[in-house]
Ligand binder design. Structure first.
Ligand code: ATP
Length: 193
C-alpha cells in the first residue's frame, strides 16, 4: 500500500510556503508521497485573477523539480465541476488501487470543514492531516480527534501567500525568496501578461 497525501489548492502561483510545508509533512508523517492537486477553481473562493490551469501546473512542476516525493497532479482538472473534495477522494481511490489517500488541510480549512460537501463522510473514510495557519483556531478539539483519523503537524509557517505575490508583481516589487528561484522569471512573465 502506498500512502499518499492530497494537498490541494489553486497554487496561483505555487510558493515557498507550499513547498516547505509539503516537505515538513513528509518528514513528520508516514506518507510515501504528496500529490499536489492543482484545482480548477475553489467553490468557496472568489478568484478573478486566476492564472490558467496549464500555467499553474507548469509553474508547480518546475518549482518541484528536485523534490522526488512531491508530485504535481492535474487529476482534478479532469473531474466534473464544481469539483468537491469528497468526489475527488472517491475517484482517486477507485482509480489507484493499492493507494491509500489522506487529505492535507490548513487550520483555516479545518475551521470551515463542516461546510464542505459530505464532510462527515470524508472524516469517516479518509485520514486528515491538519497544519496551522495564521488566523485559524487550528488546534482541533478533543471531539475532533474522536470523530476521525486526525494528525496535526505543527509545521513552521512562512509568511507568504499567493495573494501577496500577485500584489507585489502588480506593484513591480521583487518576489525573490517568496517563490523558488527556478520559477521567478516565469511567474513575473505570466502575471504581467
Ligand atoms: P491565496 O493567497 O491566493 O489565497 P494561498 O497562498 O493561500 O493562496 P492556496 O493555493 O490556497 O495558496 O494554497 C493551498 C493551501 O496551501 C492552502 O489551503 C493553504 O492552507 C496552504 N498555504 C498557503 N500558504 C501557505 C504558507 N505560507 N504556509 C503554509 N501553508 C500555506
Amino acid at each position: 500500500m502506498k500512502h499518499i497525501g492530497i494537498f490541494g489548492g489553486s497554487f496561483n502561483p505555487i510558493h515557498c510556503g507550499h513547498v516547505a510545508l509539503a516537505e515538513e509533512i513528509l518528514r513528520h508523517t508516514s506518507l510515501d508521497e504528496i500529490w499536489l492537486m492543482v484545482s480548477p477553481h475553489n467553490p468557496l473562493k472568489q478568484q478573478n485573477d486566476l492564472l490558467d490551469d496549464q500555467k499553474r501546473l507548469a509553474l508547480a512542476e518546475k518549482a518541484l523539480q528536485g523534490h522526488p516525493h512531491i508530485n504535481v497532479s492535474d487529476y482534478e482538472m479532469h473531474m466534473p465541476r464544481p469539483s468537491y473534495t469528497w468526489n475527488l477522494l472517491e475517484a482517486l481511490t477507485a482509480d489507484f488501487p493499492g493507494h491509500v489517500f489522506s487529505l492535507i488541510i490548513g487550520g483555516d480549512n479545518w475551521d470551515l470543514f463542516n461546510r464542505w460537501y459530505r464532510a462527515d463522510d470524508i472524516r469517516r473514510k479518509y485520514p486528515i492531516i491538519v497544519y496551522p495557519r495564521p488566523g485559524s483556531t487550528m488546534v482541533p478539539a478533543d471531539d475532533d480527534h474522536a470523530c476521525c483519523h486526525l494528525t496535526v503537524v505543527n509545521a513552521p509557517l512562512l509568511d507568504v501567500s499567493s495573494t501577496a505575490i500577485r500584489a507585489r508583481i502588480q506593484r513591480g516589487e521583487s518576489i525573490i525568496g517568496m517563490v523558488p528561484d527556478s520559477i521567478i522569471a516565469d511567474v513575473e512573465r505570466f502575471y504581467h501578461q
